[in-house]
Design a protein around this ligand. Structure first.
Ligand code: SAM
Ligand code: SF4
Length: 460
């Protein structure tokens, strides 16, 4: 330790770099055109709804998001409801709903109407919704609570006003003090209140993160997610211009500080998510990046679905999305079938991200093939001291948690390349012949067109 900064052990760096490089390649998608719903899964799964509107666009964010306009958002929610009806007509079954964005609460009444429609079709157990601090007002919270939302996730990022100003969030989403007051006021209104935080901004300091942790502990929210700033090709210029240009030197020190500061009041439930109660008491943590459900269907422009080893992407063009739904057609435009190795790696990454991957689960899905196919990474992680084989499961050590967080970040860089490909595809979609409407029910798709397997993220 020099300058009060904890440094990563030197020997870890090259091994970690090799692992990250591999996992950054693990989802190289060959997207092909598709113009139908995916084959219906055999078991009920999770429904993800994407609402891409935001009142202000943050410079670091590469999710599919657009500037909020009341009329556009209104028409968008109508199209989303139309898409939900299509899935209901085709006999899909959903158990849980995650509504992410963008900012799903830009039109809370529209959101509530959409949830009402979903509940009219399926007996939903859990509803999670993302929001921003400026929406934690009496009226919106009342609507969300009446709509039966169980878990609310609020994007705070930092309690440092200077940093919030640099992000442009202070001006639109409120100061640190306002946000803390609003969070205190909604405590107890939802079964889980999650706060999203970020670290490793170029101008962020260790003492600023220290104060963030103190504030969070005083607020005693049920869950806190601490994401490392992920830099993508699509955001790199904006990050440099608005937030500065610093690398990864302090990331390890930030992470160690977060682990030290959050414990013992909070316990990790994944490598970047901390829960106030024991993780096993949490039915399912909220995570913007990972869903616990293996298979899920995404509705809304820019949503991904993952079903039986195939990734599906819905049009990133809002116009094309609305037009397709108005014509009674789904708006999934592309899909990609993952190879067995890609699926194994993905499941390994996501499974162990929850800190523990039972041997039984591995055996059921992949048998012995899993061990020899993933032997290089298992050996490398063993060398770093990232894994422990204990109590019938592969377990992540504290050292492994840092390693995992970086690999996840690398994986999401790969996902972002899929988003880039979809954004590039918008022009082609718009120049395609106009969408014919359908009067009769489309034929059930042939399930043999797709290979089987699993995947589970809904970053849109
Ligand atoms: C996509 S936003 C949607 C919800 C809401 N609009 C908000 O700002 O919180 C969800 C969370 O993703 C995280 N996020 C967005 N871009 C990120 C990036 N480049 N690196 C790390 N985390 C990011 C932020 O913590 C953010 O709160
Ligand atoms: S971080 Fe949230 S508010 Fe900011 S642009 Fe992304 S989705 Fe919108």
């Amino acid at each position: 330790m020099r300058d009060g900064i904890v440094r990563q052990p030197v020997f870890e760096k090259p091994l970690l770099a090799a692992l990250r490089r591999e996992y950054g390649r693990s989802i190289r998608c060959n997207l092909t055109d598709l113009d139908d719903l995916p084959p219906r899964p055999s078991a009920p799964c999770q429904l993800y709804v994407h609402v891409p509107f935001c009142e202000s666009l943050c410079p670091y964010c590469s999710f599919h998001r657009v500037q909020f306009r009341q009329d556009k958002a209104q028409a968008y929610f109508e199209a989303v409801r139309q898409e939900i009806r299509l899935y209901a007509e085709r006999g899909y079954q959903f158990t849980d709903v995650y509504i992410g964005g963008g900012t799903p609460t830009v039109l809370p009444r529209e959101l509530a109407r959409t949830l009402e429609l979903i509940r009219s079709y399926w007996p939903i157990r859990w509803v999670s919704v993302e929001t921003n601090p400026n929406h934690l007002n009496r009226e919106t919270v009342g609507i969300l609570s009446d709509a039966g939302i169980d878990r609310l996730s609020v994007g705070v990022q930092s309690f440092d006003d200077e940093l919030l100003r640099q992000m442009g969030r202070y001006q639109h989403y409120g100061s640190a003090d306002q946000t803390a007051e609003r969070l205190a006021a909604v405590r107890g209104r939802f079964s889980t209140l999650n706060v999203d935080m970020m670290f490793n901004f170029p101008t962020q300091r260790l003492d600023s993160v220290e104060r963030d942790i103190e504030t969070l502990r005083a607020l005693a929210v049920e869950q806190v997610s601490f994401y490392p700033l992920m830099r993508f090709t699509s955001t790199e210029r904006n990050i440099r211009k608005r937030l500065g240009n610093a690398g990864a030197e302090r990331r390890y020190a930030f992470y160690q500080q977060i682990l030290r500061g959050m414990r013992p009041a909070y316990q990790p439930s994944s490598a970047w998510c901390f829960s106030r109660v024991a993780p096993q008491e949490i039915v399912r943590p909220i995570d913007e990046y990972i869903t616990q459900a293996s298979d899920y269907v995404g509705v809304g422009s820019g949503a991904f679905s993952y079903l039986d080893g195939t990734l599906y992407a819905t049009s990133f063009s809002l116009r094309r999305y609305r037009e397709a739904l108005a014509a009674g057609r789904p708006s999934i435009t592309r899909c990609s079938i993952l190879t067995t190795r890609q699926r194994m790696r993905y499941e390994f990454l996501v499974g162990l991200f929850g800190l523990r991957l039972p041997f039984e689960q591995i055996k059921m899905k992949y048998g012995a093939e899993f061990w020899w196919r993933l032997a290089p990474e298992l050996a490398t992680m063993g060398l770093i001291g990232a894994l422990r084989y204990d109590a019938g499961a592969i377990q992540l050590t504290d050292r492994g948690m840092y390693c995992w967080m970086l690999m996840m970040a690398e994986f999401f860089t790969a996902v972002d390349r899929v988003r880039d490909a979809m954004r590039l595809h918008i022009r082609e979609e718009l120049s395609a012949p106009s969408i014919p409407s359908i009067t009769s029910q489309p034929a059930e798709p042939d399930p043999d067109r797709f290979r089987t397997g699993r995947f589970s993220q809904h970053a849109s």
